[in-house]
Design a protein around this ligand. Structure first.
Ligand SMILES: [Zn+2]
Length: 253
């Protein structure tokens, strides 16, 4: 061992500082890259949502105008007007409706009074508009698609990555963290319950399909829970009035 001198001590600490700078710079760049990537995914998600809404608005209007045109032609020919009744929801539409409420409920449950909460799989604090009600196990599993432990507030970036267009390796990491947090936040028994139900459904998928009767039993509870959860929030009220929409559907002939 060489003997320590004033210079060698100063040099050694200087060297340590340089090393620190090098590592810190890498970490800083990684942080910036991550934020960039997350914002990009969030942006893509928002754009996709706007595009979907736009497409559905167009098809609705197209149908409406076609019907109006037909009726005007009927009037021209002196024929009676036809009344177009909107059809009852299909089972799938009803299930989608229940899912929409359940997902909003999970966001409400997992955020504070200002709508801020932590993503279940990256643990970062996010605002209301940056969060979705994200499923751990695909909503294709009907036995657990409405299970509360299976739906948690998740940022759009993580939600995107674990979706069909995400990267498989990254998704695996995100899902592992998701599972850890299910255990932490909802309890290990709930997590095991989810896994068990999923396994059971795989061996007998038909038995777990939601029926309209069961959905009609569940939806009012979901709506009541939704209204109760909204009461604790300080920010804007929901755009969709679930209760009104559902009552309208029930009254439909
Ligand atoms: Zn996240």
């Amino acid at each position: 061992m060489t003997k320590k001198t004033k210079e060698s001590i100063a040099q050694s600490w200087e060297h340590k500082y340089k090393q620190y700078c090098f590592n810190a710079r890498i970490k800083k760049e990684q942080k910036i890259d991550r934020i960039r990537e997350q914002n990009q995914k969030n942006l893509e998600y928002q754009i996709e949502k706007i595009n979907r809404k736009h497409q559905s608005d167009l098809s609705k209007k197209k149908l409406e105008y076609e019907r109006k045109a037909k009726n005007e032609i009927r009037a021209l020919d002196g024929k009676p007007q036809r009344e177009y009744k909107t059809k009852h929801w299909t089972r799938n539409q009803k299930l989608q409706f229940a899912l929409d409420i359940a997902q909003e409920n999970s966001k409400l449950r997992d955020t504070d009074k200002n709508g801020e909460g932590f993503c279940i799989s990256c643990n970062q604090k996010k605002s209301w508009s940056e969060l979705a009600g994200g499923h751990r196990y695909s909503r294709m599993f009907q036995s657990i698609c409405l299970h509360k432990a299976n739906i948690n507030a998740q940022c759009h970036s993580c939600n995107w990555t674990t979706g069909p267009s995400g990267c498989i390796l990254e998704a695996e990491k995100i899902n592992t963290e998701y599972e850890k947090n299910i255990i932490k936040k909802r309890g290990e028994d709930k997590f095991l319950e989810l896994q068990l139900m999923k396994q059971e459904e795989l061996s007998n998928p038909v038995a777990y399909k939601w029926t309209e009767i069961k959905l009609d039993e569940l939806i009012p509870d979901l709506i009541t829970e939704n209204e109760r959860l909204w009461e604790t929030k300080n920010f804007y009220k929901p755009k969709k009035n679930w209760r009104k929409i559902y009552e309208k559907e029930l009254k439909r002939e």
